[in-house]
Design a protein around this ligand. Structure first.
Ligand code: OSB
Ligand code: MG
Length: 368
């Protein structure tokens, strides 16, 4: 398929509540929504970038610039036989993986829609439902945290992740564990700790956590391998795993026992599938993380999470946990077994609400 037109939209879509981590907070999504057109077919993608370089180095401004100046022109006019060729087109451009993935997602969606098969099918998915949990932001105090968690449990989520930071780690984890002894619980420090905090992090071992996600630096693998020897809670890497090579290094160094896969952090679905396969061959489970995506990125994530080695619940909650109103007509709803149903419609399955998308668009650019 020859890519004839690329449209970028930077949106602002308010969240239902503030999302706060160890290093930043957000009150809404600053995602870039991508539309590509070829042979009368339309594909949609999303780069879930934010207003600052807090999670990784990208922001909506850098991603916009990279898409407009380098990545868009590389993709425009390209005649592709397979969506996996997109990563080769982009290979000369270093890093900027969220910018790449927004475009790459749209190309995958385009191919699946053209072949009238679901994105899950095109990626090699094997499940019709994916298990999901909820990621709970840092809250002002313990009563507020317990109330928030209780609300999500009442909604039907059966796995909870809490954001932690120094001064908000052992205590909130203990409070949740005491109240819900059997809850599937995990923590995420978003790179706020240092190896010298190992003794402190070891205190979390008493709470029977599923995993401890990315306590150390965003680009560290080496010290995580050291930390892994000092604590019994399974370490999971998020920020540090940005390519199949990084996954291989982490596996060979025993820097983690679990990998959080976010295709946007990795630069696209092709590399994400490669990491999935690599981990599977090494006997390592993966799970699907989230970046508070709109209904477009969320549909892409659900399709990827239908692959067989995604064996822990994902951070892919139903749309209404994030947005009062989303930019799709068919938001996901939570099934009673804490799953989302994998779309079977062609492509990622998202039916874009183009009128509302237009209403929340802050900036628009067409390349053709
Ligand atoms: O570290 O997993 C993370 C959100 C934004 C940036 C980083 C992270 C997160 C989440 C939320 O934890 C996951 C989600 O529900 O989308
Ligand atoms: Mg994380």
């Amino acid at each position: 398929m020859k890519i004839e037109r690329i449209e970028l939209r930077r949106i602002y879509l308010p969240y239902v509540r503030r999302f706060e981590t160890s290093g930043w907070y957000e009150d809404g999504s600053f995602a870039i929504i991508v539309r590509v057109d070829a042979d009368g077919v339309t594909g949609w993608g999303e780069a879930p970038v934010s207003d600052g370089p807090w999670y990784n180095e990208e922001t909506y401004q850098t991603a916009w610039f990279m898409m407009q100046t380098f990545l868009g022109p590389l993709l425009l006019g390209a005649d592709l036989d397979d969506p996996r060729q997109t990563r080769h087109l982009f290979k000369r451009v270093r890093a900027n993986r969220m910018a790449k993935s927004g475009l790459e997602f749209a190309v995958w969606d385009l191919f699946a829609r053209e072949q009238t098969i679901s994105l899950s099918q095109l990626l090699g998915g094997t499940r019709d439902k994916v298990e999901v949990g909820v990621s709970v932001p840092i809250r002002p105090d313990i009563p507020a945290l317990l109330e928030t968690v209780e609300g999500y449990l009442n909604n039907g989520y059966k796995r909870v992740k809490i954001k932690i930071k120094p001064g908000w780690d052992v205590q909130p984890t203990r409070a949740i564990r005491e109240r819900w002894p059997n809850l599937r619980l995990q923590v995420d420090g978003n790179s706020i700790y240092h190896l010298s905090d190992a003794e402190h992090l070891k205190e979390l071992d008493q709470f029977d956590l599923l995993l401890n996600e990315q306590p150390l630096d965003h680009d560290d693998i080496f010290d995580h391998a050291k930390l892994a020897k000092l604590i019994s809670t399974p370490l999971c890497l998020d920020e540090s795993i940005v390519s199949p090579d990084h996954a291989r290094w982490a596996i060979e160094l025993n820097a983690c026992r679990i990998i959080n896969i976010k295709p946007t952090r990795i630069g696209g679905l092709a590399d994400a599938v490669e990491i999935h396969d690599l981990a599977q061959a090494a006997g390592m489970p993966v799970w699907h993380g989230g970046m508070l995506e709109t209904g477009i990125g969320r549909a892409t994530n659900v399709a990827l999470a239908s692959l067989p080695n995604f064996s822990l619940p994902g951070d892919i909650s139903a749309n209404d946990r994030y947005f009062p109103r989303d930019i799709v007509h068919n938001p996901f709803t939570l099934n009673s077994d804490s799953t989302l149903t994998v779309p079977t419609a062609p492509g990622n399955g998202a039916v874009v609400d183009e009128a509302y998308l237009e209403a929340v668009t802050q900036e628009r650019l067409v390349l053709k």
